[in-house]
Design a protein around this ligand. Structure first.
Ligand SMILES: Nc1ncnc2c1ncn2[C@@H]1O[C@H](COP(=O)(O)OP(=O)(O)OP(=O)(O)O)[C@@H](O)[C@H]1O
Ligand SMILES: [Mg+2]
Length: 240
């Protein structure tokens, strides 16, 4: 835990480290026991940001779950290893549990059956997450919502946020831009925090750069400007 927030304005809120030192300096961490949405186009760094969080929580001995909807466990572990994070060692100590939804989805795709369809909603996810999980990442929630309509999505997301917050589980929902363009306005109200990752042209240097925007973080002073970052040997590094 990052401990209590740096500022008096948010002094009552317990925080957990984002796993990115520069981001902790800006936010004081994520609000403990709450939900944060991470959105952005493909390749903007959503999974890497989540892996920072996972590595940080596990390294402090907190049991953490990763619902991998788009990637295999092995690919996730390989990505983490590139930054020197040994997820296998956490798994061996039962600090990290991966829930390989991708494999299930592929079996279902083969038989054209979808147990995570609109009819089922997100209740199946809650059933999946063990009660002793203290932090969870769902990567990518959007895929499980493709067939939903707006009111269904809002209801289901509210249920997910409510259920996980009752468990005091700090949660990160990754959401692709396709889903955000469909449900974004509604999705952002349900969660406590939202961060958007982007690539953009720097107007001064005329070069491409990675930036993030803290769209919201309840009970937390947030930067209004875009925050520039790089992805290097240690993962995401905030550019001062
Ligand atoms: N070891 C590394 N060093 C530097 N950059 C890397 C490294 N590994 C990955 N990257 C870069 O980080 C980018 C973001 O990766 P990440 O998987 O987090 O994106 P994402 O937003 O989750 O994408 P998707 O929507 O496809 O899941 C990659 O596209 C790649 O350019
Ligand atoms: Mg990803």
């Amino acid at each position: 835990m990052v401990s209590r927030s740096r500022t008096s304005a948010a002094s009552e809120v317990d925080r957990v480290s984002t796993g990115v030192p520069g981001l902790d300096s800006l936010l004081g961490g994520y609000p403990k026991g709450k939900s944060v949405m991470v959105c952005g186009q493909a390749g903007t760094g959503k999974t890497i940001l989540a892996l920072h969080f996972v590595n940080s929580r596990c390294s402090r001995g907190e049991r953490t779950g990763y619902i991998a909807v788009e990637e295999t466990r092995d690919d996730l572990f390989d990505q983490a290893a590139q930054f020197g994070w040994d997820l296998k060692s956490y798994e061996d100590r039962d600090l990290l549990r991966t829930y390989p939804i991708l494999e299930e989805r592929m079996v279902e795709a083969k038989y054209q059956y979808d147990s995570y369809s609109a009819e089922r909603g997100f209740g199946g996810l809650i059933d999946l997450i063990d009660r002793d999980i203290e932090n969870v990442v769902i990567d990518n929630l959007g895929i499980l919502a493709l067939d939903m309509n707006l009111s269904h999505f809002r209801q289901q997301l509210d249920y997910l946020v409510f259920s996980l917050s009752k468990r005091r589980c700090t949660s990160m929902f990754i959401c692709d831009e396709t889903t955000m363009s469909k449900f974004g306005e509604v999705a952002l109200y349900s969660v406590d925090g939202a961060i958007k990752l982007m690539k953009r042209n720097n107007p001064y240097t005329d070069s491409r750069e990675r930036v993030l925007e803290v769209i919201k973080m309840r009970r937390t002073p947030t930067p209004v400007d875009y925050v520039t970052f790089d992805i290097g040997k240690g993962g995401i590094e905030i550019v001062p």
